[in-house]
Design a protein around this ligand. Sequence first.
Ligand code: ATP
Ligand code: MG
Length: 574
Amino acid sequence: MRMSKMYMPTLRETPSEAEIPSHQLLLRAGMIRKLVSGVYSYLPLGYRAIKKVEKVVREEMDAAGSQELLMSAIQPRELWEASGRWANFGPEMWRLRDRNDREFCLGPTHEEYFTDLIKDEIKSYKQLPLSIYQIQTKYRDEKRPRFGLMRCREFIMKDAYSFDVDEEAMSVAYQNMWDAYDRVFTRLKLNYKVVQGDTGAMGGKVSHEFTAMSHVGEGVVAYCNSCDFAATDEKAQVIYTIPQSDEEEKEIEKVLTPEVKTIDGLVEFFSIERYRFGKALVFVAQGEPVVVVIPGDRELNETKLANYLMVPGHELEMADEEIIKKISGANKGFTGPVGLAEGTRLLVDKRVTTLKNIVVGGNETDYHLVNVNYGRDFQGEVVEDLLMIEEGDTCPTCGEKLSLDRGIEVGNIFQLGTKYSESLKATYLDVNGKEQPFVMGSYGIGVSRSVAAVVEQYHDEKGIIWPFVVAPYHAVVTIVNTKKDEQNQLGEKIYEDLKKMGVEVLLDDRNERPGVKFTDRELIGIPVQITVGKMAGEGIVEYSLRKREGKQEVTADKIKDLIIEAFEEEGFSL
Ligand code: ATP
Ligand code: MG
């Protein structure tokens, strides 16, 4: 492609709305443009990168025995009513009506539709296992669309679904997809971890997330350096042992604590350890207030809470002052488990029940209670684990210490079981002629998000540094001065030769200053750079790699071998 003809609107300045490198660089390199919040167009260079990711995904899915099809984005309400997700998906779902007032959504995902599609046609165990997938545009009206391609309201996803006779066969399909995902993200050159994920509203018990490690990632991963344990912070089980004491239960007392509302303030006021405060948090879950008590030194994990309450995450929120007053009789900051309004649901993290003589909010403005004991002074639903994991917590698998890092979720695999097949009545006849629900799995890859993840891991202050596998083009031939015939001639020749070789190549034949060409070249991040300048008359050019310092002068006939060498170094082939 001749850059003189190319639509590549690069920007010199970093757009102020872009906070993270991938967002800034994809905008600046003229690869994406925003229409409205969370809705982007992929411009020619950006779209080529997207298609590269799609190619890798497609090849690995096909190799894993999954078959590609393409479904519509529009899905009727009835499908989602059947699974219960018309209500449960909540405000993330884009809803619309046709001229006859029939309701639809723009698919945020396709479990229902895939299940419905096959249910009348796959009738017998003889037709199983089945694995099908699509690469398609998804719609989610995200609460906080941000970070460019990272969290969009319209984005490209690969979604696959497997249908099997039983749990055992499904776990084979699951492992098969896991392996395919490993190949995809390895080929994309991403530094990633596979971590246990929360299954939440999806249904099913087992899920794993493929997380590209990055300090700008929205996800947090807890992992062990001594064994292979890794889980999202939402999922990770907290092993938390409070020092046991054989203290006697003391008499409960009410203490005036004016203006002391925070745990820090209380630690100072009572001069005791943080964990000896019963921190009470008030939520509203599907309209009902719920008080949760956890040890004062820890944070609550809202995903664990939502799962325990069996409510979708969007139907769980912090209570406002008015509700707090109604159930506790006090201002915010003085809620506690003793003497809540009749009928208030109270959940207690198990760790709190093992503590003696704790301090809790007094349910009276400006008062706390001391020497409070579970069982004697209050009772509630004891929940095994409602805590958020922290750096240094104990590994649930091997007992060593856990580390925490941020990452970008680029893929997700779920063992769904029979949630969708049962609710949508999708069954097959087993060996004995008996009707059975399909046992399903679903598997997503964020195609557009993966492009952003690659940029997060491969860039410097000058621009993107694409690995060959995702690069919009493999090489760029820069003609330094287009007014010089010998430069034009040699540049054109190299350009044509590389094209013949199958190399995807750009020819910078623009009538621009060399500085502009070099700056753009660094910004758009094409891996191989060939500079045709002053020594063109002698057949000599400069060869450099975007990812490496330094350049070498070579005769034009050497370029081919150097490019092959560079491909090999990345394990890439045309
Ligand atoms: P997240 O926790 O980031 O919201 P999710 O768990 O909702 O992701 P899935 O429903 O598993 O995501 O979707 C499959 C894949 O699609 C994700 O692994 C991610 O890579 C991608 N994806 C999800 N939401 C978005 C989005 N808003 N923008 C871009 N990609 C997305
Ligand atoms: Mg999401």
